[in-house]
Structure formats: structure tokens, C-alpha cells
Design a protein around this ligand. Structure first.
Ligand code: 9MR
Length: 450
């Protein structure tokens, strides 16, 4: 496991200070770079509406993630809304974004009982197999060479480990639909890794046992299955899955890859520091379980920000499940849990990097560069010690802010003033921004707050 080098400099002036500890590391350490040092990828799901949110895409494509999964764009209702009439625009848009930002794509999903257009359920049973094979062949052929893996079959089991007999594919073909789907996908795209994927199989139990027995049988029958996806939609109020690492390992021992495919860790709202701390231990445990299993190839979180999480819409009163909050600010707890479990260092703000705390009532601010790319960078400032603050600084190298969230910005030449958004005036308050830079020097300014 590789540990990235720490930057050394720390600058402090009373009332006006910029913590630039770990600046060099912060510019190079990302979840993806840490995962890659472990021979794995770290990814985030995404969805088409979000791709027009430039603050969101700046982070998605800014280096933290080396992989993405389209949350909806490649599902049946999106790709074949009417029989034998295929539409790939949404999936293509996700692939284009990924290719432009050095991210690989997991295809999701060829076969699922949800998000099926109505015409599939209305087919006579005798026509379901041909329709299924036609769908898989067309979609897998279209995305051949663009996805490195497919969730061929998604969620085949009920929670008690029985087959989901209400699936139209099971209803028409029994469990044979699974082997048929894999063989059809292999014929269409011989190079993609073919996965079966489910939730509540992360820890040992009846559902995981059922999946284990299925995969063992499929392997014994020579069915072309390469991997098992563990969604890992976890909730702190239900406890951590039982023996997750051992569970992943027993699947790997069948001769398949394993992957964490849809990780999030929800809680009953509102967030508080105790729940955040528990959530962080879940993230740590999942990442450590994957890193400990040689055939665990990577981890995908089911989007990176609470802003676009599926959870509040499905589990009323729950959420806050992801490492970035709904204003796109990183949560030090969850983010640092993942980073350190991957062998990295905790990033600021953290106790190891702060100097002496500001006097009560005094205001202090930390400025850091979250990531940068040719022509642009993302910055983040955290203000502590004072409510209803104003943060000001002067850029030394012509940087110009194009967008800022969590506050309102005024930039006049090199002078920047930021006032908090109405919900963001209580310390610690974090705001983020996108800015241009000259590609050679991007000095950390000292931020004054009052
Ligand atoms: O994230 C997806 C959400 O936008 C959709 O509304 C939902 C519809 O069923 O599907 C979500 O993704 C699911 C994934 O495809 C399979 N595992 C469970 C995920 C969360 O529901």
C-alpha cells in the first residue's frame, strides 16, 4: 500500500491565516489515485440531469473518480422504450463525459425487473426470451469497447434468498433466464466483464448464501460469469453487514471478481456528529474489506453527493449517505475514512493539521485547492470561529472565480469577497468555488475573515 508524501508548509498569522499543510498532497491525492495505488478503481455513479450542473461535474471529472456507472441511462426503459427501437443518447452522454475525464464505465444494467417499459410485461411468455436476447445483444453491442463491465443480471433474489419469481424473465423462463442472459451478453461483447449484482448480499446471510450457490452453479455449468457486484446500500441504524470481508472472499474463491458497486451509508436525518462518525466507520470497513480481498477490483459510490442521492426520495426522512454533502462540500468524516482506508492521509480540516485554535469570537479561515486541471481549479474555504462572517482574499496569479456555492462572491480584479449563503453563516462553514488559473502558479492566498 502506497502512502503519498506530505507537503510540509504551514502558514499562520493571528486572525488572518491560511493553512496550507498538505498542499502538495492535496493536489495529488485523490480517492482514485489512492485506489489505483492499491490496484483498484474508485468511482461514482452519475445521471444525465446532473451532467449540466457544472459545479457537480467539476468534482465528478476532477480526478477523485476513475470510474463511473450511469444510474439510469443504460437501463431497459432508457435504451429500448418501444420494442426493437433503441435509444442510446443518454448512455452515450455518460460515456462521453467519462472518456473526456479519464474514467472507465461500468454498464448498468442489461436485465432488471425494475425500470422495464410496459411492453415487456405485456409480452406473451413465449416471446419473452427472444425479446430479452434481442435487448441484450443490441445494447451490449452498442456499448462494446466503451464499458469494461456489465451488470448483466440485477437483483435476481428476494431478501429471503428465494428467486424473485415476479420478474417477467423468471416468470417466462424460470431461473434459466440468468444463464441465457450471460451467454447472450458474452456473444455480443466478449471483452466485457460480466457481473451479477444485488443488494443485501454484502454480509453473510440467507440472501448472500443464495447468491453464492447460484454463482457456484453457474460456474460449474460453464456459464460466462466473471464477477459479482455487492451494491452495499448500507444504513447505520441496521448495523454493519456480517463478516463482509469473509463474504467477499468466499465469492472470490469461486473464481470470480468481486466489486462494491453502489455504496452509500444512509442515516435517519438530521445528521449529527455521532451519526457522521458511525457512518465513517462503515465507509472504513467497506473499503478495508475490498482492499483485503485480492479479487475485489474496485468501489463505486452511488453518486458522490447528497444533492443527487436516490435515498430521500425512497426512504423518507433518511439520507446524508454520501461523502459530499448537498452543497457539494466534502464531509471530512466520510471522505477521510475512505482516503485513509485506501492508505492515504486525512485531509484538512483535521486535528493533525490545525495549529492553535482561534480565540473565541475570532474568525479564521482555511483555503485549499481541491483539485486542478488545465485552465481550471476547484477551491474550498472553511470559516470557523464566527457567525455571519465575511471572507476576503487577494489572488496573486490572476485567478478568476467563475462559480461559487455556499456563499455569494464579489471579485474585483484580484480582490475577492465572499459572504455566506443564508444557510451557511454558522461556523464551521465551508464554501467551494471554480476558478481559472494560469497553469503555472496557483498560490494559496491568506484568507481574512471578519
Ligand atoms: O439511482 C437510481 C435512481 O435514480 C432510480 O430512480 C432508481 C429506480 O429504480 O434506481 C436507482 O438505482 C438503483 C440501481 O439501479 C439498482 N440498485 C438500487 C439502486 C437504488 O434504487
Amino acid at each position: 500500500m502506497k502512502k503519498l508524501a506530505l507537503g510540509a508548509a504551514t502558514v499562520l498569522a493571528l486572525g488572518t491565516f491560511a493553512v496550507i499543510t498538505n498542499q502538495a498532497e492535496a493536489a495529488t491525492q485523490t480517492l482514485q489515485s489512492l485506489a489505483a495505488a492499491n490496484g483498484r478503481y474508485f468511482g461514482s455513479a452519475t445521471d444525465n440531469p446532473e451532467l449540466s450542473d457544472t459545479a457537480y461535474t467539476a468534482i465528478l471529472g476532477g480526478g477523485e473518480f476513475g470510474q463511473t456507472t450511469p444510474g439510469n441511462a443504460m437501463k431497459w426503459d432508457s435504451t429500448e422504450p418501444a420494442q426493437n427501437s433503441f435509444s442510446y443518447a443518454k448512455g452515450d452522454a455518460v460515456v462521453s463525459f467519462a472518456q473526456a475525464h479519464d474514467m472507465k464505465v461500468r454498464g448498468h444494467t442489461l436485465l432488471w425487473h425494475n425500470q422495464l417499459p410496459g411492453w415487456v410485461a405485456q409480452l406473451p411468455a413465449a416471446q419473452v426470451q427472444a425479446a430479452m436476447e434481442n435487448h441484450i445483444t443490441n445494447v451490449a453491442t452498442h456499448f462494446k469497447g466503451k464499458v469494461f463491465a456489465w451488470d448483466v443480471v440485477n437483483e435476481p433474489f428476494n431478501d429471503d434468498g428465494t428467486f424473485r419469481t415476479t420478474s417477467p424473465f423468471y416468470a417466462a423462463m424460470g431461473s434459466d433466464y440468468i444463464a441465457d442472459a450471460f451467454r447472450t451478453a458474452r456473444a455480443a461483447d466478449p471483452d466485457a466483464k460480466l457481473y451479477i449484482n444485488d443488494y443485501n448480499t454484502d454480509g453473510q446471510g440467507a440472501k448472500a448464501d443464495a447468491m453464492y450457490n447460484l454463482v457456484k452453479t453457474l460456474k460449474a455449468q460453464g456459464v460466462p460469469i466473471d464477477g459479482v457486484g455487492f451494491q452495499a446500500h448500507l444504513a447505520i441504524q441496521y448495523g454493519f453487514p456480517t463478516n463482509m470481508q469473509a463474504n467477499l472472499q468466499r465469492f472470490a474463491d469461486l473464481g470470480v471478481d468481486v466489486a462494491i458497486t453502489e455504496l452509500d451509508v444512509r442515516m435517519v436525518l438530521p445528521r449529527d456528529s455521532a451519526k457522521d462518525a458511525t457512518q465513517a466507520t462503515y465507509y472504513t470497513n467497506v473499503v478495508k474489506a475490498c482492499v483485503a480481498v485480492t479479487r475485489c477490483v474496485g468501489i463505486t459510490i452511488w453518486d458522490y453527493t447528497d444533492k443527487y442521492s436516490w435515498i430521500p426520495g425512497v426512504f423518507s426522512g433518511q439520507g446524508a449517505a454520501l461523502p459530499w454533502d448537498d452543497s457539494l462540500a466534502r464531509k471530512p468524516t466520510a471522505y477521510n475514512a475512505i482516503a485513509t482506508a485506501l492508505g492515504g492521509v486525512a485531509e484538512s480540516p483535521s486535528p493533525t493539521k490545525s495549529t492553535s485554535p482561534p480565540p473565541t469570537g475570532a474568525c479564521s479561515a482555511t483555503y485549499r485547492i481541491v483539485g486542478s486541471w488545465p485552465g481550471g481549479f476547484q477551491g474550498e474555504v472553511t470559516v470557523t470561529g464566527k457567525s455571519a462572517w465575511t471572507a476576503t482574499w487577494t489572488f496573486a496569479n490572476g485567478q478568476t472565480i467563475s462559480q461559487l456555492w455556499g456563499g455569494t462572491v464579489t471579485q474585483s480584479g484580484s480582490s475577492v469577497t465572499v459572504a455566506p449563503a443564508s444557510w451557511n453563516s454558522t461556523p464551521p462553514a465551508t464554501f467551494g468555488f471554480l476558478a481559472s488559473w494560469n497553469n503555472s502558479t496557483n498560490a494559496i492566498p491568506a484568507v481574512t475573515c471578519s
